[in-house]
Design a binder for this molecule. Structure first.
Ligand code: NAD
Length: 417
């Protein structure tokens, strides 16, 4: 058997290829959609606190802007690669399209380890990135947002640097900002909340009760923490396992998400949380639970472990957690996969609401944001579920058919292909 493909961009291209064949996409259009339209590689000298200068490398990929300005998060990660950023930019293109919001897809990244950098070093790195990449950013061009290991504070520094470059305040050039700088109510938990709405709709379709359902969550950052807090509140579900990069904890009787969060804030990890057993990141994925939420990084569910996944629903809050081979195995086993660019689209949807509010200079109440997000997520879920049933394909390919169809139409209408 050929080695399993683990390069996220190769995976993203192959996913597109499968959908393109089913959709009988014209060859030129198909080939065009396999590649980013634009990318910028930058080299950033940054003064460190000890007086030395370190050189960092970063990227910004603008994948497709046929439906609107490109939009997508920015990662700070020691293992960041251009191909990961390309894949994430492609998935952003399909994500904004499946949600039917007037944006394209982009993504950025800096190779760095934010865990060993001081706040002032992170600030200088963030500003250095904007000084180079700012020339291709803007509310009508490309709008970044937080992603792995980037925070509202980092968005604030970047917005400030960009505003200096332009000579006036430009809150709409970036989203996920703190509230006093034009952030949106409801942005913090939007990714997880959107995922919960998706799970609720999937459960209805499957005839499954979410009340009392057990949940395991891999990753305990923005997506994972809010998923743990919201699963009991929005679904009546019980969180039994969570993990972070250092390891995980499991208690079949349930974990208290509020206490877990306080513990993680105190100690830096969920590991050794009292009255729970230790569980590794890979063991967590294979637990006997109703709902699994991968909320960390790519390539967590592979051909090695997919057959041992026992959850009824896999709600992909992370981007790219499942490989192509694993997808097939899960589909055959009857695991209901809520694909990443649908399931975690709540974040970009509320980012889009943030941009709209910045443009109007008028801010909505949190309840309004929740209601509009619910409407958008539910409509996107229905479109994907119906398309998957119609074409007899798994939900990921169904989501591709919906999303690629809209982007292809926009490219054709513009006369690009
Ligand atoms: P984050 O930086 O807030 O948290 C990342 C979490 O993952 C941390 O708890 C970290 O300990 C954990 N982690 C890192 N490596 C791990 C490993 N090998 N095993 C287990 N856990 C590990 O990041 P986030 O914003 O929560 O992003 C998580 C995922 O969700 C990413 O795939 C991201 O692209 C996706 N996502 C985030 C958003 C958003 O709005 N934040 C939106 C859409 C998708």
């Amino acid at each position: 058997m050929a080695l399993e493909e683990l390069n996220p961009f190769a995976i993203a291209q192959k996913q597109l290829d499968i959908a393109a064949e089913i959709m009988q996409l014209e060859p030129a259009l198909h080939e065009f959609l396999r590649w980013p339209v634009r990318e910028l590689h930058v080299t950033l000298p940054v003064r460190m606190d000890d007086g030395s200068t370190e050189i960092f490398h970063g990227f910004r990929v603008q994948y497709n802007d046929s439906r609107g300005p490109t939009k997508g998060g920015l990662r700070f990660h020691p293992h960041e690669t251009i191909d990961t950023v390309r894949a994430l930019a492609a998935w952003m293109t399909w994500k904004t399209s499946v949600m039917d919001i007037p944006l394209g897809g982009g993504k950025g990244g800096i190779i760095c380890n934010p865990k060993v950098m001081s706040p002032s070093e992170l600030e200088r790195l963030s500003r250095a990135y904007i000084r180079q990449v700012g020339r291709i950013l803007g509310e009508d061009m490309d709008i970044p947002a937080p992603d792995v290991y980037t925070t509202p504070q980092i968005m604030a520094w970047m917005m400030d640097e960009y505003s200096f470059m332009r000579g006036y305040n430009v809150p709409g050039m970036i989203t996920g900002k703190p509230l006093p700088l034009g952030g949106s109510a409801g942005r913090g938990d939007a990714t997880a909340r959107g995922g919960m709405y998706c799970i609720r709709e999937a459960a209805k379709r499957m005839g499954m009760q979410t009340e009392g359902a057990t949940v395991a969550i891999q990753g305990f950052g923005n997506a994972g923490q809010y998923a743990a807090l919201l699963a009991p509140r929005l679904l009546g579900a019980k969180v039994v396992a969570v993990s972070d990069s250092k390891g995980g904890v499991y208690n079949p009787k349930g974990l208290d998400p509020v206490a877990l969060l306080a513990y993680k804030n105190d100690t830096g990890s969920v590991v050794d949380f009292p009255s729970a057993d230790a569980v590794s990141n890979s063991e967590l994925l294979e637990l006997e639970v109703d709902i699994l939420a991968p909320a960390a990084l790519e390539n967590q569910i592979t051909s090695d472990n997919a057959a041992r996944i026992k959850a009824k629903i896999s709600a992909e809050l992370a981007n790219g957690p499942t490989t192509l081979d694993a997808d097939e195995i899960l589909h055959e086993k009857g695991v209901y996969v809520l694909p990443d660019f649908l399931c975690n689209a709540g974040g970009v949807t509320v980012s889009y609401f943030e941009q709209v509010q910045n443009a109007y200079g008028y801010y909505w109440k949190e309840a309004q944001v929740h209601e509009l997000l619910d409407e958008k997520m539910t409509a996107a879920f229905q479109a994907v579920a119906e398309t998957s049933e119609q074409y007899k394909v798994n939900n990921r390919i169904g989501a591709y058919i919906v999303a690629v169809g809209r982007v292809a139409e926009a490219c054709k209408l513009r006369g690009w292909v």
